[in-house]
Design a protein around this ligand. Structure first.
Ligand code: UDP
Length: 355
């Protein structure tokens, strides 16, 4: 069985929410492959927590999230960089592994790929962000065929090397999410509170419909959050904090629908499949990952991007959705078994090409 070394996101410790959906993806891929007999070690920033997966914690200063910067930003590393320290550790232990799997959306692991003798698979978790990153990723896509994996086709299409990407989708441990037939009154909004997620659109919509909206997730940008509260002083919203998967699914199941209003091309949107697994319809802008997930009129509604009116119309119709169909879609398309099959096929293809 293969021995895999996973390199985690360097923007935050696993379990804090700072890294976004890739944190859950790392847990889920590691869990499924370990269960199949693969040997897995995850290298991650200090304080990282995974369920039943060995983690090697690496100290240092964290990377600044690339989506907060402009497209022309030069490559930046802090002093005593966690990312550099994680890669140095990987270099030292590489002969114990068949494959390194990089989940860091950063320049350094791509640049260092030719310097390692252990092959590296790169799972990229966002769409195109900076020129420098696009350039180094393109180089690796050309020189190391099949080594770049993405969540969705919409995400791949943001890159100049779209055709070379392996599309892997995402999945969740369905046994952790309970189906709820009869929800409460509230809608849910779930995710990192940061400008690219455009929470303000969801708040504007519920301000019109008067539907209570519960907001869950890490506040990544305090000023942005303050501004939303100031702009919509009497809106029916409530901030519930950042919850663990266990607590989150309990709350989520009680929701009438999940609102997903990203301004950027969302690479996937793990929150969409978490909602579906609880039987919760998803109302999302029709672009990026969510547009590939939601079955319009069946498991939620796809709305014209950036249209508050569209959100309002969808909210008014959402109780027509059969919640069983939502759970069913999650079971058919987003189980860990399907995810494990896709990732292991991808790894085998890389190893067949490099050996
Ligand atoms: N999340 C969580 N607790 C919360 C809110 C969000 O664990 O209270 C997690 C959620 O399970 C999901 C992630 O945050 O895995 C958000 O990921 P998504 O793919 O939707 O977006 P990203 O942050 O990667 O852009």
């Amino acid at each position: 069985m293969l021995k895999l070394l996973f390199i985690s996101t360097p923007v935050g410790a696993l379990g804090t929410g700072q890294g976004g959906g890739v944190e859950l993806t790392i847990q889920n891929v590691a869990q499924e492959l370990q269960q199949r007999g693969y040997k897995i070690e995850v290298v991650a920033p200090v304080g990282s927590v995974l369920q039943n997966i060995p983690v090697t914690e690496i100290s240092g200063n964290l990377q600044i999230a690339v989506q907060t910067q402009g497209r022309d930003i030069p490559i930046c590393l802090p002093s005593d960089s966690t990312l550099a320290n994680m890669l140095d550790y990987a270099r030292q232990v590489q002969d114990e592994y068949d494959l390194i799997v990089n989940f860091a959306f950063d320049w350094l692991p791509f640049y260092l790929t030719p310097f390692f003798y252990c092959p590296i698979a790169h799972f990229i978790s966002m769409g195109s962000m900076t020129e420098a990153l696009d350039q180094i990723m393109s180089q690796i896509a050309t020189n190391y065929p099949h080594t770049i994996g993405v969540y969705t086709k919409s995400q791949a299409d943001t890159f100049p090397f779209a055709d070379t990407c392996t599309i892997l989708s995402s999945a969740i441990d369905l046994s952790l999410y309970q189906f709820v037939s009869y929800p409460g009154k509230s809608l849910a909004w779930l995710g990192r509170i940061a400008p690219e997620k455009a929470l303000e659109d969801a708040v504007a919509a519920v301000n019109i419909t008067g539907t209570p909206l519960k907001i869950y997730g890490k506040i990544q940008d305090q000023d942005y959050w303050q501004k939303i509260q100031q702009d919509f002083p009497n809106s029916p919203i409530e901030y519930m904090g950042f919850l663990s998967t266990k607590e989150l699914q309990q709350e989520l199941g009680q929701s009438r629908a999940l609102l997903m209003t990203p301004r950027w091309i969302e690479a996937f949107g793990n929150v969409a499949i978490e909602a579906l697994a609880c039987g919760v319809p998803v109302i999302a802008y029709s672009r990026g990952g969510p547009a590939e997930i939601v079955k319009d009129g069946v498991t939620g509604f796809l709305v014209e991007p950036d249209s508050i009116e569209g959100l309002v119309r969808a909210i008014n119709q959402v109780d027509l959705i059969d919640r069983h169909k939502c759970r069913q879609q999650a079971e058919i398309e987003y189980s860990l078994t399907t995810l494990g099959d896709r990732f292991s096929a991808w790894f085998n293809q890389i190893l067949a090409t490099t050996s």
